[in-house]
Write a protein of this length. Structure first.
Length: 131
């Protein structure tokens, strides 16, 4: 699961109140090895009501307890202003193994909807359990 903040570069209607720039998300990860992961992610960005459904690989240093990672996800990015768009999301981050199977991470993602104006910059903390 992930929770974070984001900013965007989209132009909105003047006088509209979109609330705080927060988002929530959930990620399912298949660890093919300690350094190669396949992920499926769903996010909801609260103030502009954007939904991301993204999938793709992430490469991680095989070091423990702290590891660095970089990945590229692609999929559907939907919001009420632009409708459904195909998008890409390059991501970088670091995570730390705390306890036996619990991971805590800090990540950055750039969500780029193709054919739409603007991008979303997400900075977030993720917490997960590795089976």
């Amino acid at each position: 699961a992930s929770v974070g903040s984001y900013s965007n570069s989209r132009l909105f209607l003047v006088g509209t109140d979109f609330g705080p720039p927060l988002f929530v998300g959930i990620v399912g990860t298949y660890w093919a090895s300690d350094w190669f992961l396949l992920e499926l992610e769903g996010d909801y960005l609260l103030n502009n009501e954007t939904v991301n459904v993204l999938a793709g690989p992430r490469f991680r240093t095989a070091a423990f307890p702290i590891g660095l990672s970089a990945g590229l996800k692609a999929g559907i990015i939907y919001n009420a202003f632009n409708g459904v768009r195909f998008g890409i999301s390059p991501q970088v981050g670091a995570d730390m193994l705390i306890a036996d199977h619990v991971l805590l991470g800090l990540h950055y993602a750039l969500d780029v909807p193709i054919g739409s104006r603007g991008v979303d910059h997400r900075i977030f903390m993720a917490m997960g359990y590795r089976f």
